[in-house]
Design a protein around this ligand. Structure first.
Ligand code: PGA
Length: 245
């Protein structure tokens, strides 16, 4: 399966950061994996222009579940598609915790993304407390079951397993822990999507760096990465991309 390496800039980046897209272009060339960058919304359209003709796709970090309407401050998936976004992240833990997004809201956003022709990256992951209580698998299974809409296919969806305690902390689960959760996610996908569930890409996210990327990419059912902090600088991000065998 061709790996997918995604870089989530979160709320970082002014126009000057677009230079990183150009630098990334130069550093990645004919990439052996799919690359997608998620700049803040203000830079999406310009990032699409800078990435044109390269191996880099551009996505947005969230979308609304409705096509249009009285939702002040929100952006629909169709609006994102219109400015050239091809992907959208839904259900990132920062949105689940800050905006209390429930699984059903995440599923509705993913469905809206698919209707607009976007590929969704649906995020799931347990907190430290849930892991310490031995509930990581149970929590991730339940989140996933509730967050994938009926229209999910291997072409319109990737799943990102991001343990909340590993995001931005420098902490990473052990290889065995990553393997166990990714296998559980694969199992849920196969239950729901049958054969097509074997083809959905499952990304790992949470403190991925050049130094740990190769080991993580070697884990069964790890089909790429969702990278936060280490995606902001093209040189660092391209080192992670180079770790794809
Ligand atoms: P991090 O963030 O790589 O900075 O830990 C990952 C994410 O939140 O997607």
């Amino acid at each position: 399966m061709r790996k997918l390496i995604a870089g989530n800039w979160k709320m970082n980046g002014l126009a000057s950061s677009l230079a990183e897209i150009e630098a990334l272009r130069g550093l990645t060339g004919e990439a052996t994996c799919d690359i997608v960058v998620f700049p803040p919304l203000t830079l999406v359209e310009k990032a699409v222009e800078r990435a044109l003709g390269s191996a880099i796709s551009v996505g947005a970090q969230d979308c609304h579940a409705e096509f249009a309407g009285a939702y002040t401050g929100d952006i629909s998936a169709a609006m994102l598609a219109e400015i050239g976004a091809r992907f959208v992240i839904v259900g990132h833990s920062e949105r689940r915790s800050s905006y209390l997004e429930a699984d059903c809201a995440v599923a509705a956003k993913a469905a809206a993304a698919h209707r607009a022709g976007l590929t969704s990256i649906i995020c799931v992951g347990e907190t430290r407390q849930q892991r310490d209580e031995g509930k990581a698998i149970e929590v991730v299974r339940a989140q996933l079951e509730g967050s994938i809409p009926d229209c999910t296919t291997s072409t319109n969806t990737a799943i990102a397993y991001e343990p909340v305690w590993a995001i931005g902390t420098g902490l990473v689960p052990s290889i065995a822990e990553i393997e166990e959760v990714h296998a559980a996610i694969r199992h849920v996908l196969e239950e729901r999507l049958k054969r097509d569930g074997t083809l959905v890409r499952i990304l790992y996210g949470g403190s991925v760096k050049a130094a740990n990327a190769a080991a993580i990419f070697g884990v069964p059912n790890v089909d790429g990465a969702l990278v936060g902090g280490a995606s902001l600088k093209a040189s660092e991000f391209s080192d992670i991309i180079s770790a794809v065998a």
